[in-house]
Ligand binder design. Sequence first.
Ligand SMILES: [Zn+2]
Length: 747
Amino acid sequence: MYLNISKLNSFAKFFFLLLSLNAVGQEKNLKNIQKLTNGGDNAEAYFSPNSSLLTLQVSNPKANILCDQIYMYDLQSKSYSSENLKLISTGKGRTTCSYFMPDGKHIIYASTHASSEACPAPPKPKDGKYLWAVYPEFDIYIADLNGNIVKQLTNTPGYDAEAVVSPDGKKIAFTSTRSGDLELWTMDIDGSNLKQVTNGLGYDGGSFFSHDSKKLVFRSSRPKTEKDIKEYKDLLAENVVAPTEMEIYTCNVDGTDVKQVTHLGKANWAPFFSPNDKKIIFSSNHHSTRGYDFQLYMIDVDGTNLKQITWESEFNAFPMFSPDGKKLVWSSNRQQTAARETNVFIADWVDSDETENVKPEVLNKHISYLASDELKGRLTGSVGEQKAADYISAQFKALGLKPYSGKTYLQKFDYKVRLSPNDSITDKSETNYGRNVIAYLDNKAAKTIVIGAHYDHLGLNEHNNSTKPNSKGEIHNGADDNASGVSGVLELARMLSKNKTTEKANYIFALFSGEEDGLIGSKHMAETLKAKYPNVVAMINMDMIGRLSDKKEMIVGGVGTSPEFKKLVEKNKPAGFNVTTEDSGIGPTDHTSFYLKDISVLNFFTGTHGDYHKPSDDTDKINFNGVKNIVEFVFRIANDVADLDKVEFTKTKANAGKTRPKYKVTMGIMPDYSEHPDGLHVDGVTENRPAQVAGIKEGDVITKIGTTTIKDVYNYMEALGKINPGDELEVTYVRDGETKVTKVKFE
Ligand SMILES: [Zn+2]
């Protein structure tokens, strides 16, 4: 990012923080989504062996189904509705977890009816914790499709449930407390030959067989600390579990080769093997900022290539592939007609194009090289910049991309360089030489989209753009700024050129130099872009995408430069991201050069940080998973912009009060927006406003508001965001070297 105009702009950026957008994204793997039921709680729907029927669990007070019962659903029906449901459990007690037997004419399920015909009460939350019941009254039965029980498979005391049948028809796997802990067990299809499969402390459950019947996939909570172990045991003694920490595991059917597949945190559950057994689909809220936001994900059995499958509503779980692998059923609270209802959905399954997955190890390779000491900070015009340009050119060549113009990917330019940000350019100023590296992907389309990032950085601080005092001679590696954005462009070039789809746009992949000296390279390219490529409709820029925080906050700029852009950003945002949008096409980096040529722009940015423009902006601080998510986000947007009939350009106002967030309070000071090491400098105070009333004057340096330490304008805005009108807080400030404390009543 270019420092000089960034001060003002990053302040403006801050105004839109916390504008969290709802995710309505694209579900590329799910075509022809259809709602099968309407109303109530419909869950755990599983296919019959020939895919013509489902068995599922239903409760629906409006239909007088007061306690979970098992129903059959006929998928051959002319139209889909709850009228296709037929009760096949006894209607007594509570039931759960049904599954078809190999003949397709019987089901297996768990029920409490033998113990009592009444509905056992659901557990109450304890200490605010959501709990699942493991009713000891559950036993496993086989019934025909008219609801007649033909066999009871278990009769030991304690919980026996969650039974599933192997595709080869030989085995049943289920969960039982008969060993004293919740473990997976298997038996032969006739109920004989009982074997304990798992034996780790914790809830091993919800298992399903692989299609070759050799493996089980399951979810497990494995308490580790003494406190967690005690809590787990105490709850289990009361026949409940807290399903808030679960990960996905696999093992052989005999219990050997136990592998933990996910390490995501929070609740990862309801796993099912993909048709080729190489992947696992499951439900997870690991991304969520609230507890209740479950989306379907897919992951390779070795724990790599996590990919989000669903994007709609706050609950998606219990996925199952049809035995032929062509359909997916799952439960979701999308398309609700009343609050709290969960319905069963079916969709045609479309396999992902593997080349469209961003590979974190490839991002790591690109960033590690570009931000290595060997490249000495990639100062425009330096040997390190040339090495970086050679590296980028080699990547483009390996992908078979065409040069943008001429015979090589290089576009050279020269400019009068400012050796200090405060210098003015004169004829006597030194001339510096830079090179952009630009490639073209020809999809024979009517429009062209530029995807760009700058690859230059501050070198050894020869041009005095560092924020670290006296850092001349130190290598400024610029891993976030902006090896991260370069890695994104290189991955997008690979994905868009090597995938199976021919997009409805051509793409120009542009890596700029001269950015840190004032957007020089991008300005140079933008000058003649429309003469060379008159059908360019949009420019998407990435500058500093490497520092996604735990809160997953990022800023997307330029959404006001085309009427559709804001919607596209909302629609494609990764689950759990807090995306702040900014209308303006002007910002502290290269997209500005294109906006000023009337091209619609977007800029992706994970925010500034303490290592910004310092030698400490290094590869080890990069959040690679964050970069992956953002690059896949940009990929979806690059596709959606290509799909637009028309990309209309709109001029934006400079960031102004219009999009200011609604802070409930003000303090009545004018902050100094530039960075100082000692705190927030007060440039002025407003008469009769809280600061002035409390005795704060122009020139004071605020260091603390309440318990929040104030280092700059960002901390200040953050602190203000948490204060309510009427709150009275201590404000610490420094005046003439003396620390003072005053009480400010905010209004
Ligand atoms: Zn920069």
